[in-house]
Ligand binder design. Sequence first.
Ligand code: NAD
Length: 489
Amino acid sequence: MNTTALLAPAVGAAPTQLLIAGDWRDPRTEGAPLVVTDPATGATLAEIADAAPEDAVDAVDAAATAFDSWSRTAPRYRGELLRAAYDLLMARAGAFASVITSEMGKPLAESRAEVAYGGEFLRWYAEEAVRATGTTRTAPDGAAFHTTIRQPVGPSLLITPWNFPLAMLTRKIAPALAAGCTVVVKPAEETPLTALLFANLLVEVGVPPGVVNVLTTSRPGQVVARMLDDHRIRKLSFTGSTEVGRRLLAASANGVLRTSMELGGNAPFVVFADADLDAAVEGAVVAKLRNGGQSCVAANRFIVDRRVADEFVAAFADRLRAQVVGHGADPATTLGPMINTRQRDRAAGLVRDAIADGATPVLSDDPEPGTAFLRPVLLTDVCTDSAVWREEVFAPVAPVRVVDSEEEALQLASDTDAGLVGFAWSRDAARLTRAAHALECGMVGLNRGLVSDASAPFGGMKQSGLGREGSDVGMQEYLETKYISHPFP
Ligand code: NAD
C-alpha cells in the first residue's frame, strides 16, 4: 500500500504560507522552503514557507493591532467562534487525523483520538469564555471597597512541540482567544501542516484578521528571539523540552513576560503488591505506548513491588511483543515510527548504555539504520544512574526496577528533577491516597494510565514547568488581575 499517497489529499489541503493579519503570505525574503517529511518513509509531504525574523515583526504588528478590538469583543461572541471551530473540526476529524499521521507518524486511530482530545479544548473554552469572574472586598480598615477584574494579558506567543500537533495548539489557542488575547503561533518545524490547516479552519469560522497569526520556520531560535525582544508581546506559552524552556525563560526576563511552561517529564509508574495486575498491565501499555512513548506524560520509570514483579514483567512483555510496528496509515499498525531517525538513534543509544550499566533486556531491538522505527524495549534491573532512568526517554522503552516497600517505591518515584505526572496502582484506597499526596508531581493517575483531559489543570512541578493548561485555571494564564479601589460608600 502506498500509504503516503493514501493521505495525500488531506495533506494537500493544508496551506503552505504564513498567516499574518488574516492573509496567507510568502515570507518577506525569498529562500529555501521548509520541507515537511513523513517520518515513516522520509518522503517529502510539503514544502512550506520558512519565516525569518522580519516576518515575526509583521506577525507581532498584526497581533498587537488586532488586540485592541478583539480584547473588547463580547465574551459570548468569542465563545461562539470557538464552538464553531469545534463543530467544524469534528466534521473534518478524518482529514485532520490524516495530516497528523502523515507528519507525525502515529497510527490513524491515535490521530483521531488526538483530534477528539484537542477539540475538547475548543468546546471547553467556548463555555469558559463567559465565566471569567472577579471579586469584591471591603478593606479591613473599612476605608475602601475593592473590585477585582480580569483583563486579557495581551498579544501572546504560543510555541508548540511536534508530538501532539493539534492538541498542544488548541490547549493554548482556545484559552487565549476565550480570554481576549491575540496570538502568534510558532508550531514545531516537524509538524507545521496540522497547525496551518487548523489556522485555516479558524479563518473559515470567522476569527478576525490578526487574532491568530502563524509563523512556520526552520530558525525558531532567531524568529522567537525577535518576538521576545518586542515589548508588545506580553505572554509566552511554551510546550517543549526543558532545555529550550529554560532558555526561553531566561530570554523572557528582559520583557518580564508572563510565562507558562509545559516541559519534559520523567513519570514514575508504581505497581504495589496489592494492585490488580491485569489492569496495571493494561494501564502500563497505555501509559508507555500512547503516542509511541513520545508523550510528556508517558510512563518513564516502572517501579514494581518484588512480590508481583515477575508476573507484571511477563504480562507486560507479552503485550509489548504483540505490537504491530508500521506506517500509521496501515490499519494493522499499533505503533508508528518515532518522529525521526535522530530521536530513534538517541533512544537506542540510551538502551545500549543501560545494558552496559547492567540492565537485563527482556525485550530489545536492534533497529535498522536509516529508519525511524523502534520496536518496544523492556529492561529490568536498570541502574538508577543510567540515563534511561534519569532522563525522559520519549520512546517505546520501558525500564523497570524492583522495590521492597511502599516507602522505597515512593522515595524512588520522586527522585527526579521532573515532576509532571505519576501513576500508582493498588487495591488499597489508603495506600493510593498516601501515594497521591507523596508524589512530587502536578498530576497523579490512580489506577489509570492516562490523565489528559480538557477539564483538568494539566502541568508540572519542579523542572516540568510553570502554570497549568486546561480547566478554568488554564484561562487564568491569559488574564491579568486588576483591582480597583473605591471609597467605601
Ligand atoms: P523542543 O523543545 O525541541 O521544541 C519545542 C518547540 O520549541 C518547537 O516549536 C521548536 O521549534 C521550538 N524551539 C526549539 N528551539 C528553540 C529556541 N532556541 N527558541 C525558541 N523556540 C525553539 O521539544 P520537542 O522535541 O518538539 O518536544 C518534545 C518535548 O516536549 C519533550 O521534552 C516533552 O516532554 C515536551 N512536552 C511537554 C508537554 C507538557 O505539557 N509538559 C507536552 C508535550 C511535550
